[in-house]
Design a protein around this ligand. Structure first.
Ligand code: PHE
Length: 434
């Protein structure tokens, strides 16, 4: 078998992981979930979930991946627990599932890039979303987005993913920050900040049972947890990396981008007099388009904005595809290029129903975030907390000067708080779903 690929540098790994985390989840889904589930109240629960549950769970995935140096399925066998491969299988299924509709949204973004250049939505942003979000053009651009994703992944870990994300991630951060500064100068910006940043604790307490499952699900989706992306990416790492530091940095950067996106979107919404709660999946697209159509300099700023969203979406999509490609090239006598192309085609076909109906699309998204990802995280933290346990601490210790009591503290946190929180989320999600 050919030698397994690795990252060229630690920064390369961190940027690739941030590239996976930062995506449509931050810029499209996070503001729309925040708007739907109570503004700043949602933000509070989301932040607790990202750092209190997401970060420890991410370290659990890192420990499995780097210890095994294998794809998401063989990793469990590699560290001596073949029965737990079921987690990997769930991860592969979830990867197929999420990428199928993620790519549909990626296609929307491409149509917004084009629409901005042509001024196509300037007259009626709402009708434009209606015309591009389902139907023939949606299918065409879903295909284009998948083709771009396949192209990058086919180039490989170092020349494809690492090279691409190294350029993409810094440009996302810089441009979003610039847009946030611009947004803060608009009339209505203060109201937007108020809505996004000033929690109403009464509303929070009385809606906890809906806020929690959506905020936790959003944290997993946004951090790319629960389906093996972080297992796969950590499998290309060397032993001298400090996983705890890398994980913390990744969570901080990802959260910053989500918050930055909120700082761009909410002031713009209020500047346009749009009620953020009224919007749905098209919210960010319609409202941003409305803003760009009306504000001075909107064409240029709109183009920059949608290009950044496209780049962020691509760097996440490649991680979803890499999980399945990694499994295929590790196990079958198939080259990276044909494996990537064939899997890309299957995922494209799986996405067709979502490209034809927004209801189906919404169902795919809910199943992924409310069921598949929380289930994946539950299994991963059960395995790492109660089965792999000491081995995981040992793996996290590599590349540090010693963890002291941090190792056991992390393990007990995973075993108890994280596990209870995820199982609770799953139960609430089920109730929400029924
Ligand atoms: N984290 C990505 C985003 O926020 C989506 C994603 C989910 C990527 C799960 C990989 C795995 O857009």
């Amino acid at each position: 078998m050919a030698q397994r690929e690795t990252w060229a540098s630690r920064v390369g790994f961190i940027l690739a992981a941030v590239g996976s985390a930062v995506g449509l989840g931050n810029i499209w889904r996070f503001p729309y979930m925040t708007a739907e589930y109570g503004g700043a109240a949602f933000l509070v629960v989301y932040l607790i979930a990202a750092f209190g549950i997401g970060l420890p769970a991410m370290l659990a995935e890192f420990a499995i991946g780097r210890k095994a140096k294998k794809n998401v399925i063989n990793a469990f066998e590699g560290i001596g627990y073949p029965a737990w491969q079921i987690i990997g299988l769930l991860g592969l299924v979830t990867g197929f599932w999420i990428l199928s509709y993620y790519s549909v949204v990626g296609g929307w973004v491409i149509q917004y890039v084009i629409g901005t250049v042509q001024g196509a939505y300037f007259g009626n942003p709402e009708a434009y979303f209606g015309s591009i979000s389902t139907g023939t053009s949606t299918i065409v651009f879903h295909a284009v987005f998948m083709a771009l994703t396949v192209g990058i992944v086919a180039l490989g870990v170092e020349d494809g993913i690492e090279a691409a994300t190294k350029l993409m991630v810094p440009s996302i951060l810089v441009i979003l920050a610039g847009l946030a500064v611009w947004g803060s100068t608009l009339p209505g910006a203060m109201e937007g900040f108020e809505y996004f940043l000033n929690p109403n604790f009464d509303a929070l307490m009385s809606n906890l049972d809906t806020i929690i499952p959506f905020a936790v699900g959003q944290a997993f989706f946004s951090l790319s947890l629960g389906m093996g992306v972080m297992i796969t990416y950590a499998s290309y790492l060397g032993k001298d990396d400090n996983l705890g530091m890398d994980g913390s940095l990744i969570v901080i950067l990802n959260t910053s981008v989500g918050v930055l996106a909120g700082l761009v979107v909410f002031p713009l919404l209020y500047a346009q007099g749009v009620d953020p709660g009224s919007a749905g999946a098209g919210a960010v697209f319609i409202s941003m388009a409305t803003a760009f159509a009306e504000l001075p300099g909107g064409t240029v700023i709109g183009l920059i904005f949608f290009l950044v969203v496209l780049v962020a979406a691509l760097s996440s999509a490649i991680s979803l595809l890499e999980v399945v490609v990694s499994y295929a090239v590790d196990n079958y006598a198939i080259g990276r290029l044909p494996a990537t192309a064939a899997l890309g085609l299957v995922i494209f076909l799986l996405g067709l129903p979502s490209a034809m109906s927004l209801d189906t699309f919404g169902l795919y998204d809910t199943v992924a975030n409310s069921l598949l990802l929380p289930l994946g995280v539950t299994l991963i933290v059960t395995f790492v907390g109660w089965v792999f346990a000491g081995g995981a601490i040992e793996e996290l210790r590599q590349g540090t000067d010693g963890l002291g009591s941090l190792g056991p503290a992390w393990l007990w946190h995973v075993r108890t708080v994280v596990l209870v929180a995820v199982v609770g989320t799953l139960a609430l999600s089920f109730m929400e779903f029924l």
